[in-house]
Design a protein around this ligand. Structure first.
Ligand code: DER
Length: 235
């Protein structure tokens, strides 16, 4: 369908441009777009890929690496990564992005910070001028279970009255991350989302918050596949 084709187009274009033969340590993000990144890297052939190691950002990402027969590494073995590819829920014109729709943003941000280059790949729905335009759940925030009610109270008092604990669908109770934590989704008003850097730091300082699903000034480029078969690149 159109959205899957757009994801594939973004991923293929990004891989063709940013995965060089000399790149041997590659970060693998989470979500439904990054599988197309792996698909394209596989097409570079076993000769190149047998000398590469792939760093996961979640259980899902680890399965993607293992199931495709790629060499699995870990960020504690490779704290410096050549290039990291990841999806996003929204990307603004300064390449700030909301991530965490898949509740993976803590490990994603660790790997993204370990990477020399972070490349975002997404379909056209994620291409926005301001964060908070399309992604209604708001800012994903990983919190330790012990603190979730206190953090909810803090967020509701600081501009997100509709902040909620992310509940699981096929499991009773809240979503539990790969790190054993909970996720709060906190929608903020446009005025707060216009300064994502300040908002991120205000949220991060709430005791009990593990990581905030806003990535500021981290990506070097973002590739968006469009419905008409073109690609939009922000850098
Ligand atoms: O959770 C995340 O940050 C993922 O990268 C996710 O938001 C992107 O998901 P998608 O590639 O399935 O749209």
């Amino acid at each position: 369908n159109v959205i899957e084709a757009a994801k594939r187009l973004a991923a293929y274009t990004a891989v063709d441009r940013h995965v060089k033969p000399e790149h041997t340590v590659i970060g693998v993000g989470s979500g439904s777009t990054v599988p197309y990144v792996v698909e394209r890297i596989l097409e570079q052939g076993q000769e190149l890929n047998k000398n590469r190691v792939f760093i996961p950002t979640s259980f899902q990402s680890r399965e993607l690496i293992v199931n495709n027969g790629l060499n699995l590494g870990d960020v504690d073995q490779y704290p410096t990564i050549d290039v990291d590819f990841d999806g996003a829920d929204e990307v603004d014109n300064e390449l700030n992005c909301i991530k965490g729709g898949g509740a993976c943003h803590l490990r994603e941000k660790v790997v993204a910070e370990a990477a020399t280059t972070l490349i975002l790949v997404a379909d056209y729905r994620k291409n926005v001028s301001y964060l908070g335009t399309n992604f209604d759940p708001g800012v994903p925030i990983e919190v330790v279970p012990f603190a979730y009610a206190k953090v909810l109270k803090n967020l509701r008092a600081m501009g997100s009255p509709n902040a909620t604990l992310r509940m699981a669908v096929r499991k009773a109770g809240p979503v539990v991350t790969d790190n054993g934590n909970f996720v709060i989704d906190a929608p903020f008003a446009r005025k707060d989302m216009m300064d994502p850097f300040t908002l991120t730091h205000k949220i991060k300082m709430l005791t009990g918050v593990v990581e905030v699903g806003i990535f500021c000034h981290m990506a070097q480029a973002a590739y968006f596949g469009n419905a008409d078969g073109s690609v939009t690149i922000k850098r």
